[in-house]
Ligand binder design. Sequence first.
Ligand SMILES: [Zn+2]
Length: 272
Amino acid sequence: MKHVLTATLVLFLAIVFCNCNRGPYAASNRAYKQQAKALSEIVKQTPPKDSLPQIASEWVGTTNFNLRKPNFVVIHHTAQNSCDQTLKTFTNTKTSVSAHYVICKNGKLHHMLNDYLRAWHGGIGRWGSSTDINSSSIGIEIDNNGIDTFSAEQINTLLSLLTNLKKAYGIPAANFIGHSDIAPTRKVDPNVHFPWKRLADAGFGLWWSDTTNIALPANFNSLQALRIIGYDIKDSSAAIQAFKRKYLQQDKSTVLTDEDRKILYSLYRKYE
Ligand SMILES: [Zn+2]
């Protein structure tokens, strides 16, 4: 009888174990573990084999350190047709793209990478003087084909996630930005339906104030204001379009009217 019970228990554990290791992402979960282990080996090296300069040096390990923290959050739309499609894209090594989080239409959140590790979501871009946004940011992808509105469930999940991230890493409100902000010549995400004002009201990103009483200074330079906010102004039309995509969402023109300039001025004062 005892043997039968033992055999049943072994069989039961085997089934449980097998189930844990099946599923469409079992192989990529294993690959994740291997890569994380390989990276941990690099961190453990003493002396470290990093950018050691070609001059004589002696290794003395300090006792005072911790992990680097993300200081930006970059929000994207996936420009794909389903969450499953995005999960497949981010678990296929050939694509070389990823994000820390994916939010499905029903609000379900997928965590795909430890916040302390570098995802490949920003690509070539710039914000202020920062040219390697992937190294300092969390990437969040929202399932959206690039045209549709975002679901209430998605925004609710996003706001909870942003609350946690802001608290965990002390990320400044101004550092919650969109992909289009950092790559205005290449990217338009998140699309014009994204509720940036609602996010700013909740402390994620900055928004302009009432412009009724604003008198523009005679020497106000719109492009320099965009640059100070963070935009790369090498392509000025692209920078203006990115600004409008976020703050004047239905306006597609590349010209700034006096009213637009007042809005820009109001915003820029918050970055000074
Ligand atoms: Zn993007």
